[in-house]
Structures are given as C-alpha cells and as structure tokens.
Design a protein around this ligand. Sequence first.
Ligand code: CA
Ligand code: CA
Length: 331
Amino acid sequence: MSFFLSNPKLLGTWAFGLVVMCFVGCAKEESLGPDLESLYGDLDYTEAFSHNMPNGVHFEQGDTVRFSCGFNLPVAYTLSLTGQTSGATYAFQGQGMHELDVLWFGDCDNVFFRQNEWVYCLLEFPDHPDDFKLDSVFVWEQPDLSNRGLLLASFEEINPIFSISSGEFTESLDVVTEALDAVEGGAYMRGIGAGAGSWFGALRLPLDPQDLLGSSLGNTYLNVHVRSDYEGSASVIKLFEDSNGDGLVTSGEDEVFTTKLAVNADNTWHRISIPWSDFELDLSGNNVSINGQIDLDQISRLDCTVSQTGTASGTYGLDVDYVILTFDQPF
Ligand SMILES: [Ca+2]
Ligand SMILES: [Ca+2]
C-alpha cells in the first residue's frame, strides 16, 4: 500500500481497472443462460411454418426446399423429415434464434428419400413440447448426391467400372434392374450363396491412387448400402494393393486388408460407413505381409464380397447398392 501511497497516479489507474473488471464481470454474468422470457414466455409464431415447394421438389432440376418460420423469442428447434415410403430421415437443429431458415438438398441420415414420396416435416421445440407444427413436401425425384464423394457403383451406370465375380458356392450373383425396391435409382446387385463357404462372390471395384491424393486412412470412408434376408450374412470388404507395382493384384505377392460387416437379416436397406483405418492386414490363405500398412499410393481394388459371419453351412445372401467413397466425413 505504501507503494501506491507514494504513487497516487498508479493507485488511480488500479482503482479504475478494478471498477472496469467488476463491471465487465457483472455484465457477463447477466447474459449467461437463456433469458426468462425464452424460458417461461409463450411461444408465438411471427411467421407461419412453411416451405417454398408447394408443388413438390424436383431434385433432378437442382431444386432445393427452403423451410422457414419466425418466432417471438429465441428458441431451440428440431425439424425432422421422414419419408413415408422409404422410411428415410433427416433432421435440422437450431438454437437460440428468432427464426428458422434452412435449405434441404435431399440429404438423408440413412437410406435415400425415394422418388414420388411424401415427406413429413415435423417442427418441434424441446422447451415447448406442446407447440409443434407439421407440414409435408412431395419429392418427385431422388437428388444426385454423388458430388459428396467418389461414386464407385450405383448399378445405374451405362458403362460401369465394376465387375462381379462368382465362385464355387455362388447360387446367383446379378445386377437386378427395373427394381422398385432399390435403395437408390432402379438397380442394385444381389448375391446369394449356399454351403459352408465364406466367399459366395464379390463386387469388384477398381481404384486409382490418383483419386486418393491428399486423403488419409482416418478420413477416407467407404459407404455402402446393404440389405439381407438371410440370417448370418456378412460382407467381407477387401482392399487390395499392388504392393510390388507390377500392375497386377497377385495373391501371395501383394498385400490385402480386410474388414467384415455383419448384415442384419431384416430385409431392410441400411447404410454402413466405415473409415479405412478399420481395415486390418489379411493373412488368410497365402496372403503376405510386406510392410503391414495400407499404402494409399498402391491401392488398386476394393471388393465387397458376399459372405457369412461364421463358418456354418447354410444359405446366405445380400443386396448391395450405391457404393461411394467420401473424404473427411461419412456420406
Ligand atoms: Ca442403384
Ligand atoms: Ca502386384
């Protein structure tokens, strides 16, 4: 204190500083948390909940759906979209705003929204459970979401890059076309096998390391849509390197990495997204270990095989559609 007494100017500066700090501290405390109005006030709509596509959305023509609504107070909301035939879902969430203004590009959480489908749009408020609004929008076509990643197979292609490969235990392995039950478009692959085998056929997808430039194992995702009606079915996904760079994938010379996806036998389409970091070195058969790591610059092919979770004798099978690689996040 004697220091300040001998320096009255400094004491003044300190006192001013303390007052400012107290003022800032008090002001900050007042703004913490939602205000009383938003906690206890009644929710009113300053603008009705609506969207801009009353005659349906043509995603094929680049249409998007703009949902809007206005509120008298800041409010947290969830807008949930549910396809009435596909069961597809998507949700928007917002917090502490006086308005809702969101664009829907046809995105979906799991399976795709289908063509000629009514989509229910439910607007709810966690803090005001009695206030909810319902609307609907008609979807004329499915959106093209292939720009979200590198599409490997949709089975709609005129000149596909994929091939399908059957084996000893394959009962049937085909592309089903003009299918009303495809998860995307009108075609998908169906494979069925019988016996005690673990390989009933495969979808083979060539890959070019150029397409993987700048990506890493942890941020590269394989997204695949699968469906099965056979208990115990699985898809073993295999990633093949051309480790020795001779332009060929040769068993016993090049490394293979594997991950196994069990598929629910509920006859319902599911999207499965896996990061490439889930793949493990495959030393089954006469496969080899060279450096034991996935080298993205040597990747040559990816196979989705029709397989089973165990080794029992039986009939197994699954449907596959819309296989797409995405980078940075799952599809
Ligand atoms: Ca398809
Ligand atoms: Ca090779």
